[in-house]
Write a protein that binds this ligand. Structure first.
Ligand code: ZN
Length: 101
């Protein structure tokens, strides 16, 4: 696939995955990287963290720190605003998927 196209689309796909999984339970960086690896995305922290931080800044995610095995881990949970965005995205996604597939 063309790199330019891939980069632009994957940002969106990754954003959707993050919102979707954060709805079930708070997620954290390394969990998200391995979850996305199952879906075939090779994601670096350098790509993931700016997306997480951006989503938090926009009020779609909220983070909280908790200590796991002596290490501070930052968890991200979906906010009500994030839920709204996710439901809206689902409509666009379904519409797009119906058209292109
Ligand atoms: Zn996923």
């Amino acid at each position: 696939m063309n790199d330019f196209v891939k980069k632009r689309l994957f940002h969106g796909f990754i954003t959707m995955h993050i919102l979707h999984h954060a709805k079930d339970q708070p997620i954290y960086g390394s969990w998200m990287v391995s979850e996305l690896a199952h879906h075939g995305y090779q994601l670096s922290y350098g790509t993931l963290y700016p997306i997480l931080h951006g989503l938090e800044k926009e009020g779609l995610l909220i983070s909280s720190a908790s200590t796991v095995e002596g290490k501070v881990r930052k968890y991200y949970a979906l906010t009500p605003l994030g839920e709204e965005a996710l439901s809206e995205l689902r409509i666009y996604l379904k519409e797009l998927s119906d058209e292109v597939s």
